[in-house]
Ligand binder design. Structure first.
Ligand code: SF4
Length: 417
């Protein structure tokens, strides 16, 4: 964790106070709970803390009596680094990993957290995993994921700037596209604001299910620098929307907030067309977006997406062919006079330099295992400032010899060699 940024050292006469911007401490009978960025938590047994000194918890801080600040600080850092490794996501109590500057975990190499650069002027950032919904077609399917990830905003932006520096384009878009819901990330505005201060960054877009967006939140995200909301809405039918989301979900509220956003920012409503489930709802969505477009000065679009079957995603139905999908879009385009088929130029995408790949498919390398991977049978190993997801590793710690199986876009998968 970046102490300079997070830690506020307060020195009183005899007492030492431990407080962080990102962690709130709560008192429990035998332990102190640290709540990190509102959603994640870890517990520290009180008897370990009492070795530092007599303590009390007040105003989210730990106060140690009769000890110098520096000494308490040093001892607390050791305890914190031990227990923060047992981080949990309060959404489902899943084990979680906090990735920060001193975690030893690079931000390039994994498709579920950090930075993904596919060689253009659009760079994807993934500050968090995990979702409040459980959509019937979800390509992630949280039930199959062993661990969640949370990335410190400063670390993410620091690494992002290094990539932006090698780009030729002066027209960079940052796309917040998580394996999950970005509104669960407490420092979202801070992250957006930091990104928007980077000179070459001209646009910041974000995929969201919008469940947690209020008018105030939308205003605050726009103020921070967000320029486009991509909102997944699969139907305007109340019961069907709830059934698709498989979680508490109120489409009427989401419709209302989407209408509010359409007057303040660029907007892409992005339904997934799942044959036999919501295909007949597309017409109503198209008509609604046309109305929003007519009443807005912003770029308002609907981007109907094809349901794709992923190996570790949910599979509610057989996937339709691309031909049949495009046939439907063409039919709607003609009938409703609206653009539904987009290409790279519609999103201002241009090719650009991407970070070098330190290794390629079939290379055999040595890497250090740093943590559990997103799937049960996976560990994350590190070499040359890249993460490699190693499948079926017999080792859980230490050095591992890896054969690289995939290297596309600097996302690395491998197997023990
Ligand atoms: S909102 Fe997105 S990430 Fe969340 S469950 Fe639905 S499809 Fe999956």
């Amino acid at each position: 964790m970046n102490k300079e940024h997070n830690k506020k050292i307060e020195i009183s006469n005899k007492n030492a106070e431990i407080s962080y911007q990102s962690i709130k401490f709560k008192n429990h009978e035998n332990y102190v709970r640290g709540i990190l960025y509102k959603l994640f938590y870890f517990d520290i047994p009180k008897d370990e803390l009492e070795k530092i000194g007599k303590l009390k918890i007040a105003n989210n801080k730990i106060i140690f009596e009769n000890i110098q600040q520096q000494k308490a600080d040093r001892k607390f850092d050791v305890i914190l680094s031990k227990h923060i490794t047992n981080l949990k996501n309060s959404l489902g109590n899943k084990n979680s990993m906090f990735i920060h500057e001193n975690s030893g975990i690079p931000l390039i190499g994994n498709g579920s957290f950090g930075i993904v650069d596919r060689g253009s002027n659009i760079i994807e950032i993934k500050p968090i995993t995990g979702c409040n919904l459980d959509c019937i077609y979800c390509s992630v399917d949280e039930t199959k994921r062993a661990i969640d990830f949370l990335v410190e905003p400063n670390y993410l932006v620091q690494e992002l700037e290094k990539i932006i520096n090698i780009k030729e384009s002066q027209d960079i878009e940052i796309h917040i596209g998580c394996q999950g819901e970005p509104l669960l990330y407490e420092p979202l505005e801070e992250l957006i604001q930091l990104c928007s201060k980077i000179k070459k960054v001209k646009r910041i877009s974000m995929d969201t299910n919008a469940c947690m967006i209020t008018k105030e939140k939308a205003d605050s995200l726009i103020k921070a620098g967000l320029t486009q909301f991509n909102i997944s809405i699969d139907t305007l039918n109340f019961d069907k929307a709830k059934q698709i989301a498989s979680a508490p979900y109120n489409i009427n509220k989401i419709k209302e907030i989407t209408e509010y956003i359409s007057k303040k920012s660029d907007l892409m409503v992005a339904p997934i067309l799942v044959p036999k489930i919501n295909d007949e709802d597309m017409i109503e969505l198209i008509k609604w977006i046309k109305q929003l477009k007519d009443n807005s000065n912003y770029n308002i679009r609907i981007g109907i997406q094809k349901y794709l079957k992923y190996k570790f995603g949910k599979k509610p139905i057989k996937e339709e062919t691309w031909d049949s999908f495009f046939e439907t879009l063409k039919k709607y385009e003609n009938e409703y006079k609206i653009k539904l088929i987009f290409d790279a130029s519609d999103f201002k995408v241009v090719k650009d330099i991407m970070p070098k790949k330190p290794f390629k498919k079939n290379d055999i390398i040595k890497a250090e295992i740093v943590c559990q991977g997103r799937m049960d049978n996976e560990v994350i190993a590190v070499s040359e400032n890249r993460c490699i997801s190693v499948i079926n590793s017999t080792k859980k710690t230490g050095l591992v010899k890896v054969k690289i199986l995939r290297d596309k876009h600097n996302i690395f998968f491998g197997t023990e060699a």
